[in-house]
Design a protein around this ligand. Sequence first.
Ligand code: ADP
Ligand code: MG
Length: 558
Amino acid sequence: MNINNVLKEYFGYDSFRRGQEELIQGVIDGNDVLGIMPTSGGKSLCYQIPSLVTKGTTLVISPLISLMKDQVDALTEVGISATYINSTLTSLQLNERLQNIKEDKYELIYIAPERLNHQGFINLIKNIDIPFIAIDESHCISKWGHDFRPSYREIPKFISNLETRPVIGAYTATATEEIIEDIKDLLNLQEPKEVITGFDRENLFFKVENNIDKRSFILNYIKKRNDESGIIYCSTRKEVESLGSFLNDKRYHASIYHGGMNKEDREKAQHSFIYDESPIMVATNAFGMGIDKSNVRYVIHYNIPQSMEAYYQEAGRAGRDGEDSECILLFSPQDVVKQKFLIGESHVNPERASIAYKNLQYLVDYCYSHDCLRGKILEYFGEVDVIDKCDNCSNCTIERELKDVTIEAQKILSCVYRMNEKFGTTVVAQVLNGSKNKKVLNFNLDNLSTYGLMDNYTEKDIKNIIAMLISQGYLSLTESKFPVVRLTPTSKKVLKGNEKVYMAVDIFKENTSSSDNYYKDLFEELKSLRRNLALEKNIPPYVIFPDTSLKEMASILP
Ligand code: ADP
Ligand code: MG
């Protein structure tokens, strides 16, 4: 059957989406393929259709247990024989399925990667014809990404044990260079036909909210949204629980989901969200990969995630049905400190940690940017000819009042210059604001003509301007846990008065908590983060980070 007919007859669609036809045809022609399409771009069809038009059985490797069941149910319904093998099966079910495989009864077999190298399965599979293996969510093979699964590393071994090498198709929504290289290398793809479709999700409205009271924002927002479905992502389990109970206390029906809950509770939460019993899901990033709920109308990030890649994937769970939906990131500098703490804690390898800091910094820059947010996103994913103005993000549609901060910028840049580009944001801000902090007073202040030059600003204001200067490329940060501020080639233009600098007033506006409390609160939060991490890892808290380093983090960053 021709692939257009398969599309219509089995799946009921009239036309292919971008990239689908090429990827399908590639497999049919016997080439390896690498399909990079955004979330909900329609990757599943790219391996399901070839499996129907080629002889033999297609193996689909997927880490997503709930998705396997959904897809197999959907395929079965339209008369395609498919099954899945994963840890949810009873041994009776498993044996029955294995017997069917032996009798070559399936066109498609979905399998979890950790099941591949079981001897029983290997023996069985030897007897049937497998011309094509699809590896869904193939970025899971790379340690660079945020979804690394060690079991994905076992895939090549499995493939090399097969009598004839099948065609291999790898599919992902992740497009960073390192990860794509890893996928091609580690899966040993042979001259793959690469299809990268555009990354834009036109129906998504992107917005950043700065300096707001997050809880009242959320209350107002969900009130406006009535019973529409939405996900609120938080960075920690504790935050999920506290926001979840806050919303429930306010009589909103919100489910919660995080990795610390038992399986039963997680399934219950997922079920009631998917079936619209509770419209709101408050969750950590443990919730979502492969969630195919089409009518999610908004995704709010209560805390900044660790990278643009993670952000876009999570935000991309909104509007899978193509209807207008919103993706809102609630930005606060404290969250950046917390993320840096978590990065420092999870990466022992300094090289990886420095990439992680850089990835986070891109997202911080996104939050401070006045430019088109969609443009910033697409630029990150390497799209060329990115438009300047999309008219569908908060920076393009909401008039933001800009303040001319050229003079302030000049003062900051010259302070960085005079301090020999050796200090972090906090020290620079403290020197400028004339802080009586001991560390600052210990400097040779006579030589520091910039000391107190901005004493009409609070330290936090100055830090805010510095963060904006970094996001606009007038300053840069070294990539380390305690980054140092450096000048850039464009700093000179500002110093010489050849370029004006503007800052959005809503970012500039002073936060309510006073400076002292700010650090104290942050220190307490880091302590509790550390306690929770220690609990999860079952080790004494002080092993992770001593109090002194936490204090340093809280006072130095961002
Ligand atoms: P991905 O895996 O890329 O995130 P899916 O394969 O889950 O995306 O597809 C997302 C949605 O798009 C599904 O509901 C699917 O049925 C639908 N879809 C896929 N291809 C087409 C098409 N050619 N026309 C219309 N809808 C499609
Ligand atoms: Mg998918």
